[in-house]
Design a protein around this ligand. Structure first.
Ligand code: LLP
Length: 422
């Protein structure tokens, strides 16, 4: 299995590092998310090496997976954090990520969040609009603090990715249009309690080509030159996240090649580079393990009905995303596959992981691994249909630990309350 090398088959049984997934299933029940600590570290070190010859801060995009065990792992390796809410600042800080390594990229930051971020002393606000800039200046003035800012620039570049995760075209809601950037920076320089220090860009997620990054960085380099000639002291360029991963057969450029693009387009500026990877650190460091509840024979199709559903992993329903679906134990008949529609138990037709997929022939009770689920899996889960959130497990070598437990039905139901007048 090449996509996720830390989830190998050993004697025809899938492992996470040195732990059999079946052993974890026995302990915690299914469905559950399982992350490889070594894979996360390995991916982070890859980034570090790729950017070693540039003054770079890697700010992991917390939205991809905000589990404390994940964040602590990355904090210990020196990672900063790209956050989009007060909640994510709190998560990052709780896991030991230093405030001065946090960049705050929320799309519509509210006053209390700005205040929280200023009090923590974060490294930079990535400002999304002129009204947001004014609010940051007001809050900073009230607190007698200085907010270091960069504008997120919308460079009007097509990322060639799924429409729902493409962010750098002029019709998208993100950032300040590059055509208006100089005016926006002029305004920033005129407002109190702001320190204009950087330029930020993020054009989308799951990019499989380098050309869109190259085009965006070229436009940003040009802008930095213009801003400097306007008298702004630009010392930071945040190049966003977005390098894709292999879900099936995508050929993803290496992190070295990605870093080389940044170096070529931006290196001459002498700026600190911030990079905000999420998916490429976590995506292939995790799987979702589920059990087959029933194999159902419909009129036209065979359905593999799992105990994981769209509430656990929404990517296939939301983005038509492909995830490999593999039997955990293929020892009985290693090469015997069948065509199934792989579905969950939620009461919607959209609760389908894959149609017409060749999967190892399976029966009720068998374990199934949905691959490449470490990013945008658990974080996007919900309790829809009053199904409990899947627990999360982390493995390192031959050890594993539950890093988020399954809540009881009582705990979940008791978060509601009934007013006396009902
Ligand atoms: N920086 C900013 C400002 C972002 O908005 C994002 C992702 C990242 C960094 C990290 O991008 P990455 O390296 O992970 O591609 N839920 C979707 C993905 C949404 C991405 C949103 N922004 C999915 O499951 O495909």
């Amino acid at each position: 299995m090449t996509i996720q090398k830390f989830f190998p088959y050993i004697n025809n049984k899938m492992f996470a590092e040195d732990v059999a997934l079946s052993d974890i299933a026995e302990k915690v029940g299914t469905p559950f998310y399982c992350y490889s600590n070594t894979a996360i570290s390995h991916n982070f070190q890859d980034y570090k090496q790729a950017f070693a010859n540039q003054d770079t801060l890697i700010c992991y995009a917390v939205k991809a997976n905000g589990n404390q065990a994940v964040l602590s792992t990355l904090a210990k390796l020196g990672s900063g954090a790209d956050v989009v809410s007060e909640g994510e600042i709190r998560r990052a800080r709780a896991a030991g990520i230093e405030a001065n390594k946090i960049v705050y990229s929320g799309v519509a930051k509210i006053e209390s969040e700005i205040e929280y971020a200023l009090n923590e002393g974060i490294f930079q606000f990535n400002v999304e609009s002129e009204p947001e800039l004014e609010l940051i200046s007001q809050v900073a003035s009230r607190l007698n603090k200085t907010a270091a800012i960069a504008f997120r620039i919308n460079p009007d570049v097509c990322a060639n990715t799924h429409a729902k995760i493409s962010t750098g075209k002029s019709e998208n809601k993100f950032g300040v249009p590059i055509s208006k950037a100089r005016i926006a920076y002029k305004q920033a320089a005129s407002l109190p309690n702001l320190k204009v220090q950087g330029v930020d860009v993020h054009i989308g997620s799951q990019l499989t080509q380098l050309a869109p990054f190259e085009e965006a960085y070229k436009r940003i380099a040009q802008l930095v030159a213009e801003l400097r000639s306007d008298g702004h002291d630009i010392s930071v360029v945040d190049i966003g996240g977005g390098l894709g991963i292999t879900y099936s057969d995508e050929n993803i450029p290496s992190k070295q090649a990605y870093a080389a693009i940044a170096q070529t387009q931006l290196g001459h500026l002498g700026c600190k580079i911030i990079v905000e990877p999420g998916r490429s650190l976590l995506g292939n460091a995790g799987v979702l393990v589920s059990s087959v509840v029933f194999v159902k024979t419909g009129e036209e199709r065979q359905f593999l009905m799992l105990d994981a559903g769209m509430n656990d992993l929404i990517r296939p329903s939301m983005y038509d995303a492909h995830h490999e679906i593999l039997a955990v134990d293929i020892s009985a008949a290693p090469n015997q596959t069948k065509t199934y529609d792989v579905v969950g138990p939620v009461c919607e037709t959209g609760d389908t992981f894959s149609k017409n997929r060749q999967v190892h022939q399976s029966k009720s009770g068998d374990l199934i691994a949905i691959m490449s689920c470490g990013a945008y899996g658990a974080v996007m889960a919900s309790t829809y249909n009053t199904r409990m959130l899947a627990p999360e497990v982390m493995v390192k070598d031959d050890e594993f630990a539950v890093v988020r437990a399954r809540l009881s039905y009582e705990e979940v139901i008791n978060t509601d309350s009934v007013p006396s007048w009902v």
